[in-house]
Design a protein. Structure first.
Ligand SMILES: [Zn+2]
Length: 310
């Protein structure tokens, strides 16, 4: 079975305006890297639109309607908050980003792919059920987790997040529900300021390890090996979902962690091993952040290479 790559041209039509770090060139860089001959074994499919009722597994129906109803005129931008922007194409993009997670879950649960990578934008992990923010509109990974539970009766879904920012939106969904697990390393202090180690969820189903600026490979690997992976192993996920942000790379302009591209191979291998042990290998990963185009392309390629080798 192969690795599924899910993307869509609509993700490039989410226009955030000039000088915004979360820009279409990010996805172009990732897709250009995955165009290499070495990735010819990927199965590729277009991201469908998530249905409003699928979005409503995480977001209140009125929030779904409000976001999908924001359609600025061509060339105009709607400022959702200080750094979250919507253009003409943004509603479709965020609806397809969630749809990519749904398609990935369908593929691994249905046995048509061993694992999947959703190359999407906008990212999603900062969107809480009722508040957009941090470039995020719908929380795609949480929507994927809820879809797995609703459609396939999956009992325990884990979401692991190695983006340099804490996914407080995902944590808001997970923390009251012991059928979900959330584990994250992130730089602290940094936006959004959440993710203290004492935030542990309802049943130790949240594992946060904040890392000081300038932490590198060693601190990152110790955090996962000694704190998050043992808790994840105890949780015994039946499906693993990954918030794959690559902005902890040392070249990223938005943060000060010092990871190397090889660290993304390492964490990918660790998460794939847990998926293999507990979840029949079922893993669906989604692009979150990563703002240096070369570091992002190299790191996403390393991640997908690991998925293909699993
Ligand atoms: Zn980030």
């Amino acid at each position: 079975m192969s690795t599924l790559l899910i993307t869509h041209p609509a993700f490039l039509a989410h226009n955030t305006g000039p000088h915004h770090p979360e820009r279409a060139d990010r996805l172009r860089a990732v897709l250009a890297a995955l165009d290499d001959e070495e990735f010819s074994g990927l199965r590729r499919t277009e991201a469908p639109l998530a249905k409003p009722q699928e979005l409503a597994h995480v977001h209140p129906a009125e929030y779904v309607r409000a976001i999908l109803g924001i359609k600025p005129a061509e060339g105009e931008l709607a400022m959702i908050d200080g750094d979250t922007v919507m253009s003409t194409g943004s509603a479709e993009a965020t609806q397809r980003a969630a749809g990519a997670l749904i398609a990935g879950v369908d593929a691994v649960m249905g046995g048509t792919a061993k694992n999947a990578f959703a190359a999407v934008r906008p990212p999603g992990h900062h969107a809480t059920p009722d508040t957009p923010g941090g470039f995020c509109l719908f929380n795609s990974v949480a929507i994927g987790a809820r879809h797995a539970q609703a459609k396939y009766g999956v009992g325990r879904v884990a979401i692991l997040d190695f983006d340099v920012h804490h996914g407080q939106g995902t944590q808001a969904v997970v923390e009251p529900d012991a059928s979900l697990f959330y584990g994250s390393t992130h730089q602290y202090p940094l936006y959004p300021g959440t993710g203290a180690a004492r935030e542990r969820g309802i049943d130790n189903n949240v594992a946060n390890v904040p890392l000081a600026p300038n932490s590198g490979s060693e601190e990152f690997r110790v955090a996962w090996s000694e704190r998050i992976l043992p808790a994840l192993d105890r949780f015994r996920p039946e499906l693993v979902i990954v918030s794959a942000g690559f902005d902890a790379h040392r070249r990223d302009p938005l943060a000060q962690l010092q990871l190397e591209t090889e660290d993304f191979t390492w964490i990918s291998d660790q998460l794939l091993a847990i998926a293999q042990q507990h979840a029949k290998g079922r893993l669906v990963s989604a692009l979150e952040g990563g703002y240096d185009l070369d570091a992002l392309a190299d790191s996403a390629a390393a991640h997908v290479r690991a998925l293909m080798k699993a």
